[in-house]
Design a protein around this ligand. Structure first.
Ligand code: NAP
Length: 312
């Protein structure tokens, strides 16, 4: 399979297998991860040519963008990487709110540019919807930023169908990012059909459901205090064990095909009509390398159906 793709309705040409960076500087989610671990992952991505990096203000917060900016400046590789970032989180004291006000978004873009040490962001998403801003006004401001050359494409994430429709009133939304994986395909009901119809690229987040689909956990796996996964239902008790059994079946399919299970999962998504790119998270260089091989895995309709059936 071709390793590169142009994300539909944009001029962004990237590796189909990108990199999710919420573990880069992401001590907020993963207490055992250091900044140096994050730098190593980014250097690995540069070495293997993984050139679509997904970050956000709230990863760290700020730290993921800062480390990306630092690494790209030091290596002089800014123009070799397509950066997607997001904003909406606003911290007021200890309280966190979402803000989509045009003024807030403009300021968020300006601040992200500084942290990323660049003068353009390739893809800027509204990370979460707020309850008050008309979505076409929020997107209208992003269109202005696009016309000014500060961002190259416009995305939204975690919007409901109604919010997406309102955001895309003038046809300016290029990318939708939403939770989607073999365990949770609920966005196929409404969001994905809309994105297909309107030529919006659908980017699935949590492609490994935070790691469980990548095939290395077992009944004895534990996570450190403060780890994001301790809060997730699919990592608790019976639900965790049931998913592990399904992943065992997936491992058998991977073995028969002679591939590793993590890239096999990503390959399933890459065969979906709505999906151009995937953004698996990685904590170690070898994960970046292994995930990249997903773009080389060809699957028949029957094989894809069998994999979906495993998780039905
Ligand atoms: P994920 O991609 O489902 O899982 C990533 C984890 O899987 C890694 O941290 C690693 O964890 C494990 N892994 C990755 N490759 C592996 C391999 N080859 N073999 C074995 N294990 C492997 O979860 P995620 O990183 O949270 O999500 C992906 C990206 O989506 C994020 O980085 C972020 O950019 C984006 N995201 C966006 C939103 C949003 O609201 N828009 C929300 C969440 C995430 P271990 O090493 O600990 O097992």
């Amino acid at each position: 399979m071709e390793r590169k793709v142009t994300i539909r309705s944009t001029d962004l040409t990237v590796t189909k297998v990108g990199l999710g960076t919420n573990a880069v500087g992401g001590q907020k989610y993963y207490p055992n991860i250091t900044d140096e671990d994050g730098r190593r992952v980014l250097h690995a991505a540069l070495e293997y040519g993984v050139d679509f990096w997904d970050t956000a203000f709230t990863y760290g917060p700020k730290r993921s963008e800062e480390i990306i900016g630092e690494v790209l400046e030091k290596t002089k590789k800014r123009n070799d990487v397509v950066i997607a970032t997001k904003a909406a989180h606003q911290y007021i004291g200890k309280e966190r709110v979402f803000n989509n006000h045009p003024k807030f978004l403009r300021q968020a873009v300006e601040e992200a540019l500084k942290r990323l040490r660049t003068d353009y962001i390739d893809l800027f998403y509204i990370h979460y919807p707020d309850e008050t801003t008309p979505k076409y006004e929020a997107i209208g401001e992003l269109k202005k930023l696009k016309d000014e050359g500060k961002i190259r494409a416009i995305g939204v994430s975690n919007f409901s169908l109604a919010q997406l429709k309102e955001a895309n009133r003038d046809g300016y939304v290029n990318v939708y990012q939403g939770e989607y994986n073999l365990l949770d395909r609920s966005l196929e009901k409404d969001i994905i059909p809309y994105t297909l119809k309107h030529n919006i690229s659908f980017v699935p987040y949590f492609p490994f459901a935070s790691g469980i689909l990548a095939g290395k956990y077992d009944r004895h796996t534990t996570f450190p205090e403060g780890d994001l996964r301790l809060k997730k239902p699919q990592f608790q008790g019976e639900s965790f064990f049931e998913t592990l059994e399904k992943v065992e079946k997936l491992k058998r399919i991977a073995k028969e095909k002679g591939v590793d299970v993590a890239p096999l999962v990503l390959a399933v998504y890459l065969h979906h009509d709505a999906i151009d790119v995937v953004i698996p998270g990685a904590k170690r260089p070898e994960q970046v390398k292994q995930n990249l091989s997903a773009a080389d895995i060809m699957l028949s309709k029957e094989e894809i159906a069998a994999i979906y059936q495993t998780f039905a």
